[in-house]
Design a protein around this ligand. Structure first.
Ligand SMILES: *Cc1c(COP(=O)(O)O)cnc(C)c1O
Length: 392
């Protein structure tokens, strides 16, 4: 049906033209087969440095087997939300193993990290609260503060936060941060943030999407690395679609926090539970991630090798000791051109542009995985060295 008066009532055409003109157009490249360092994208074999599968678990046969067994036991869909019949022993066992891993009293499973962040921020703040958020926080944390109707104070770094806290008016509030910043790879100073939060009687939420499985003893995350655990005042968000190789997320904290989320958090109450088979596959991933230390060792070796060779080549890396190794390029067009040149050379890297990063800070987002071979990283370095002016 066409209506000549309402040809484009939402101005979609103009909006899309605008995206194109800013060289900000995004498209979804189709990958065949499982996540792996060696992928086939739209018919072209590529060495991939784009996934968040930091431990190489996304295609692990043991996860596949757990999923199949789970499907035989439970079928596919959970059938309902957790509170209306969708909850199973598989979900509950996963929650217990997650809580045990990160040293919390309890953990609560969510369908995605996006929803876990909406839930925990809205549960712990609201109108009249002040939320101190790092400017580089993940979009889901930023959106969560909006949804909570809290007053937002953005800070650049811990020094900036300290100044803002010194000038603060009394009242309830939170400090909210990524544990590892997703576009830069640096680790938040969570011990300092916990001290600042405690001194001001504020809560602290740490989103460990890129740290869980990778950082800290047995991969328990940034809090564990700082000898902290989720406790009264500190909530941890972990996601299960990155180093764990599956999907979903959890909030870990005190029993009271988890019960509060179950009773009141709308992104928990009003959504279907994840498939029980997925919970079983995730539980297998948690076991492997905790036990197979060699994966973290290997990843650390790759990171050290990549950084020392990149420094030798004079590449513009940012200071990151994690699996996320961004290479700053600048403008949108140059960023896309660099990624395309690498693709021609058989290398797949992420090209990240605003609004995901600040204007003018377009970058190649390179992620390393325990599943890579040293030869893969050598190929990447060759490709990067061939970029105009060595990538700068
Ligand atoms: C990926 C990510 C999320 C969202 O997690 P999903 O499970 O993919 O929704 C949240 N926070 C950070 C820092 C992330 O990188």
């Amino acid at each position: 049906m066409t209506n000549p008066l309402y040809d484009d009532p939402f101005d979609l055409h103009t909006r899309l033209c605008d995206v194109r003109q800013r060289d900000a157009w995004r498209r979804r490249a189709r990958r065949d087969g499982p996540v792996s360092p060696h992928v086939c994208v739209e018919g072209k074999p590529l060495v991939s440095f784009i996934s968040n599968d930091y431990l190489g678990l996304a295609g692990d046969a043991r996860l596949v087997e757990a999923w199949i067994q789970g499907a035989h036991t439970y079928g596919i869909g959970a059938g309902a939300s957790h509170l209306l019949g969708g909850h199973t022993p598989a979900h509950e066992a996963l929650e217990e193993s997650l809580a045990d891993w990160v040293g919390a009293q309890r953990a609560l499973l969510f369908s995605t990290g996006y929803m876990a962040n909406l839930a925990v921020v809205t549960a712990l703040s609201g109108r009249g609260f002040t939320v101190y958020e790092n400017r580089r926080n993940h979009a889901s944390l930023i959106d969560a503060v909006t949804l909570a109707h809290a007053r937002r104070v953005r800070y650049r770094d811990s020094g900036d936060l300290e100044r803002r806290l010194a000038a603060r008016l009394p009242g309830r509030g939170l400090i909210v941060t990524d544990g590892v910043f997703s576009m830069d790879g640096d680790v938040a100073p969570v011990a300092l943030l916990a001290r600042l939060a405690h001194a001001q009687n504020l809560g602290l939420i740490v989103d460990d999407a890129h740290a869980l499985g990778v950082i800290g003893p047995a991969g328990a995350g940034t809090l564990a690395a700082a000898h902290l655990s989720p406790c009264a005042g500190i909530a941890l968000v972990g996601t299960l679609g990155k180093a764990l190789g599956v999907l979903g997320a959890f909030v870990a904290g005190t029993a009271d926090l988890i019960e509060t989320l179950i009773q009141t958090a709308r992104p928990y109450v009003y959504t279907t539970a994840v498939p029980p088979a997925l919970a079983l596959a995730t539980a297998a991933a948690v076991r492997i991630a905790r036990e197979e230390e060699f994966r973290r060792t290997r990843l650390r070796q790759h990171i050290a090798f990549f950084r020392s060779e990149a420094a030798r080549l004079g590449l513009r890396l940012v200071p990151s000791d994690t699996a996320i190794q961004p290479l700053l390029i600048g403008g949108n067009r140059a960023t896309m051109a660099a990624a395309e040149q690498l693709r021609q050379a058989g290398l797949l890297v992420g090209a990240v542009r605003p609004p995901t990063v600040p204007a003018g800070q377009g970058r190649l987002r390179i992620t390393l995985s325990a599943a890579h071979e040293t030869a893969d990283i050598e190929r990447l370095l060759e490709g990067l060295a061939a970029l105009p002016a060595g990538g700068s």
